[in-house]
Design a protein around this ligand. Structure first.
Ligand SMILES: Cc1ncc(COP(=O)(O)O)c(C=O)c1O
Length: 468
């Protein structure tokens, strides 16, 4: 295709990036630009059409966000092999391979939950640290990894948890796992038995619920209000439960923080009943107003709290590293489980994460991400309110990685979320995060990978169209 077809008309009232976007859409529709074809680089197209790079970039970002273009890093950008049907003209030959059941399985979807900003991860620095470790790799590092984790990473975590989360612990109390779900499985196999019951936040993290159920646990839903988990309700409903799973810093998914009074009441219950508290502290670093709250674990005088953290939110999920801090009295029994059943996590990743923390990159990265997420959250909030107006209500919480967008209670949030998923947008329905049939309708939309205001606007507009 000759690029002259793309040349925008400067006499028109329509912004130049929009015209460029439109020209690309027309070219895809009439088959001049077939699926899979590489598109010119931003730099070369800008120079050929005598446009600024920023203008071309905006058009490309819009096309990427809507699923028309697929960025492939150094390999350039291509027209998506799975163009939305509306793009293709009826007569255009279908040159696509059989569509996969999920489009772009490997690429982050804009509203996909639980992902940090993958575009903002310092990949070059990471590559440098990996290379340095690889060059210095010893024979011992090629052996099976220690089942409970790399000692240097545990030491780095002891310092980090002390400074950032107010947790005083020793390396022996730390077990490195491959994910939060892995930590849950380990707790079930070490301290609980199938059939044991536990309090589960209502609404609460879907994946944790599924993992606990698959381990044979019984879950008692306990509601969450503006003060966090309703401990009084838990005591009334299931006083003799063996455990409680909580997200005290930013409740998942509502984002509220558990008050000090509720934290103390929960600790008192666990102490009285000899129950375990599983604290899921998955995204505490991402707080945009005030200081991060100390972890519930920092108040644990009676050794009832099992604290879980993960690197999937503060680094990237592909790293597959998380950790569990157990009370001193339980350290040995957990070590025994790991000796028997554990396989350990890759030594190389653990060493690189240790370097990342010890050399100060981690603290700098988190500081940058906090500022970035604050901005991205606001862009998405404004765009959603602009396009959806009084059909939605957003309660901004102090922290977190997603927005809870409340819908009118009679809106079928599952249908909307399914449509958003088919359109490649991602996100979840609030009603799927409850054990009991839901009375509340809403969407959980991550903002961390919404890269700028143009994309936020395009995404909000698409969502509004889907909700019509
Ligand atoms: C509430 C909550 N807890 C924990 C996690 C971390 O899970 P993992 O370590 O399996 O990535 C997530 C990830 O999205 C989450 O949303």
């Amino acid at each position: 295709m000759s690029n002259t077809h793309l040349r925008p008309d400067r006499t028109q009232n329509v912004p130049v990036y929009r015209q460029l976007y439109q020209r690309f859409r027309e070219a895809m529709k009439d088959g001049r630009l077939p699926p899979g074809q590489r598109v010119p680089s931003v730099r070369s197209l800008a120079s050929e059409l005598n446009l600024s790079r920023g203008t071309v970039e905006l058009a490309y970002q819009l096309l990427v966000s809507e699923g028309y273009f697929l960025p492939r890093g150094p390999a350039g950008t291509i027209v998506s092999p799975h163009l939305p049907d509306s793009t293709r003209s009826p007569s255009a030959p279908d040159t696509t391979a059989k569509p996969e059941s999920k489009p772009h399985l490997d690429l982050p979807q804009p509203f996909q939950l639980g992902l940090p900003a993958l575009d903002a991860f310092p990949s070059k620095l990471w590559a440098r640290l990996v290379n340095r470790r690889l060059r210095a790799q010893s024979i011992a590092e090629l052996n099976y990894p220690p089942p409970t984790g790399h000692p240097a990473l545990k030491r780095a975590l002891v310092t980090y948890l002390g400074v950032s989360r107010g947790i005083v612990c020793r390396p022996e109390q730390i077990i490195i796992t491959d994910s939060y779900r892995d930590s849950l499985g380990l707790i079930c196999r070490t301290l609980l038995k199938p059939g044991d019951s536990g309090w589960f936040e209502e609404p609460g993290y879907l994946m944790a619920r599924e993992r606990l159920l698959s381990e044979g646990m019984q879950l008692a839903p306990v509601s969450v209000d503006a003060d966090g988990l309703n401990v009084e309700e838990g005591c009334l409903r299931a006083n003799s439960a063996r455990f409680a799973v909580v997200t005290p810093t930013h409740q998942s998914p509502t984002g509220v923080s558990m008050t000090l009074a509720r934290r103390q009441a929960l600790l008192a219950w666990a102490n009285r009943e000899n129950a375990w508290i599983i604290e899921d502290d998955y995204d505490s670093e991402y707080r945009y107003h005030g200081h991060p709250l100390p972890a519930l674990k920092s108040l644990d005088r009676d050794e009832r709290v099992l604290y879980t953290g993960t690197f999937s939110k503060v680094l990237f999920p592909g790293i597959k590293l998380a950790y569990l801090v157990v009370p001193p009295s339980q350290a040995e029994i957990f070590q025994n489980t790991m000796q028997r059943q554990g396989h350990g996590c890759p030594t190389l990743s653990q060493s690189v994460v240790t370097d990342f923390i010890d050399e100060g990159h981690f603290a700098r990265h988190l500081k940058r991400m906090r500022a970035l997420y604050k901005l991205r959250r606001e862009m998405l909030r404004q765009a959603l309110e602009h396009h959806l107006g009084d059909r939605i209500h957003i309660d901004l919480q102090a922290g977190g990685m997603h927005l809870l967008v409340r819908l009118a209670d009679d809106t079928d949030d599952v249908a909307v979320a399914n449509q958003a998923a088919s359109a490649g947008l991602g996100g979840h329905a609030l009603s799927q995060w409850t054990l009991k049939p839901a009375r509340q309708s809403g969407l959980l939309l991550s903002f961390t990978n919404v890269i700028d205001a143009v994309q936020a606007d395009a995404l909000a507009a698409r969502l509004a169209t889907l909700m019509k």
